[in-house]
Design a binder for this molecule. Sequence first.
Ligand code: GUN
Length: 293
Amino acid sequence: MTILDGKKVSNDIKNEITEQVSKMKERGEKPPHLAAVIVGNDGASLTYVGSKVKACERVGFESTMVRMPSTSSELELLDKIEELNNNEDIDGFIIQLPLPPQINTQKVLMAVNPDKDVDGFHPMNFGKMALDMSTFIPATPFGILELLDRYGVDTQGKHTVVIGRSHIVGRPMSILMGRKGFPGNSTVTLTHSHTKNITQITSQADIIISALGVPNFLKAEMVKDDVVIIDVGITRVPKEDAPKGYVITGDVDFENVSKKASFITPVPGGVGPMTIAMLLKNTLLAREYKNLK
Ligand code: GUN
């Protein structure tokens, strides 16, 4: 069994990006600049955005965090997006999700200039992704592809089962694994809350990508020998004696499933760190696309 070490791979990627940024600076170019908008005070979202800003510093990017109160109106957020769209200094930006209930998420994501949409959430970029055109691939799916690639995990002709159809992970992952090329060329089954007898499906899977958010959902009895496991779950489970009062728990019963798996991502330290590294990579791509225009 091989652990797919997202912490190590994401560090390698950040080192590669740092080197590219140094070269840009040597050529007298400005470093890439990423902005992140966060509306409200959700603890997990603040942690994620904080990590994104820290990662920018680490690779030599400029970064801007835009904080807006939880009571912000949709119009106020749309105005802020317009400002970022028109700010020549900013190469790419993200709107941290989820947004408060008074704001229509789809409307907001459609207002982002597709050339600056480093999350790859704009329908134009999502469509391009589905049509094999070069574009921004959402960071978590992009990170999963990169992990599979760097560990040489064979995906061609394999049966990939995706659990969960979220717009951020499950849906794009189901498209990407079926695309032509590597990693891809899989036969994909997308399962969700209405799927009947999920064990019958997971037990036939060569690769399982679980993005459900139910701690320890996937048990050893549900998988076959030598399965490849990608665990995208990151649920905070309360635990009194833990330093933060909670532990981050994946969708997979790691202790038992890892005994049957050929490759498996740990939680934490698997997919999570990859997401941030690929957001940086997309920001670098935003600069490259801009230079091509
Ligand atoms: N919320 C959870 N994951 C993500 C992500 O990848 N991007 C943004 N913008 N918000 C998120």
